[in-house]
Ligand binder design. Structure first.
Ligand code: C2E
Ligand code: MG
Ligand code: MG
Ligand code: MG
Length: 288
């Protein structure tokens, strides 16, 4: 290993880069085997009504536990899976698991599943959704697909067609991480979405930064004007909830209401004794 002279800051930087490259190579190598080796699991995070705090649904999020490297964040392995093609079996896995789980809930809650552009442009994606719904018995109205703006950059005709096929089944479609893409406003015109998810970066800065607050305010107004439901992502504080209520955001999701966890952690919300609102499950929230 080459360690340059001229300050340990530089050497440290170099070795960190090497470690990072090493991790990326391991990921590229192993990501394709993760499904078959049973290393993937799905966790769920609640989405609640901003006013009543009633749970409307859960977002399903993938987790990968690598035998040597421990748990790897989807922010790291999803891009690797997208380039290697592993996202196809992985995406089918998470869709199936999420629908199978949701079909067992006694509460008629929604389940949202993230879908990559690479999956949507596959010729048989709509058929996969159809198959999984009939296999699991989940009502199509209870499934939501979350896509990002990157979907509409390339091959948007195929993407639109596939999404429309899914919508025709009764499944809803959300635009995720809204505001971070290249052409947010034209994305809204590209497809009749059901829900907009305001990116966490705006929500987390909203209290201390008036520009971020202005953006959140505008996105909520825009969504409402277009007849869409608006969800704020990454809500962590009571102050954020208060502001989002003032701005008339419909729904909120974030660590304040629950981290992404195995569904067993939310059995009180999905099982036979589920309370009507989240506030009765978490007394703290009544005071917000
Ligand atoms: P996303 O779809 O925008 O999901 C929200 C991310 O924000 C999740 O990260 C969640 O754990 C995190 N989050 C939620 N609330 C809070 C909060 O209050 N504070 C903070 N700091 N973070 C919060 P996660 O699970 O690491 O997933 C990262 C991204 O990876 C997702 O962003 C999504 O783009 C992608 N991803 C995850 N699961 C899947 C999947 O099954 N398929 C595909 N294609 N992508 C996935
Ligand atoms: Mg998402
Ligand atoms: Mg998001
Ligand atoms: Mg995000």
């Amino acid at each position: 290993r080459r360690v340059k002279r001229g300050g340990c800051g530089y050497a440290l930087f170099e070795s960190e880069m090497q470690r990072e490259q090493h991790r990326r190579r391991i990921m590229q190598r192993d990501v394709g085997l993760a499904v078959d080796k049973g290393e993937l699991s799905v966790v769920f995070q609640p989405q609640v009504d901003a006013r009543t705090v009633a749970v409307g649904g859960f977002e399903a999020l993938l987790r990968w536990k690598h035998p040597e490297h421990g748990s790897i964040s989807p922010a790291d392995f999803i891009p690797a899976a997208e380039t290697s093609g592993a996202i196809i079996p992985m995406g089918a896995f998470v869709l199936r698991e999420a629908c199978r789980e949701a079909a067992r809930w006694t509460a008629q809650l929604r389940v949202a599943v993230n879908v990559s552009a690479a999956q949507i442009v596959q010729a048989d994606f709509a058929q996969l959704v159809k198959d999984v719904l009939s296999e699991t018995g989940l009502a199509p109205e209870r499934l939501e697909v979350e896509v990002t703006e990157s979907l509409f950059i390339q091959d948007s005709a195929t993407a639109k067609m596939t999404l429309q096929e899914i919508k025709d089944l009764g499944v809803s479609v959300a635009i995720d991480d809204f505001g971070t893409g290249y052409s947010s406003l034209s994305t809204l015109r590209a497809f009749p979405f059901d829900r907009i998810k305001v990116d966490r970066s705006f929500v987390s800065d909203m209290i201390n930064n008036s520009d971020a607050a202005a953006i959140v305010n505008s996105v909520i107004g825009l969504g409402r004007a277009m007849g869409l439901r608006v969800v704020a992502e990454g809500v962590e504080s009571d102050e954020q909830v208060a502001m989002l209520r003032l701005l008339r955001c419909h729904e909120i999701q974030g660590y304040l209401f629950g981290k992404p966890m195995p569904i067993g952690a939310y059995a009180h919300l999905t099982g036979p004794k589920h309370p009507r609102t989240y506030s009765s499950a978490l007394p703290k929230l009544r005071e917000i």
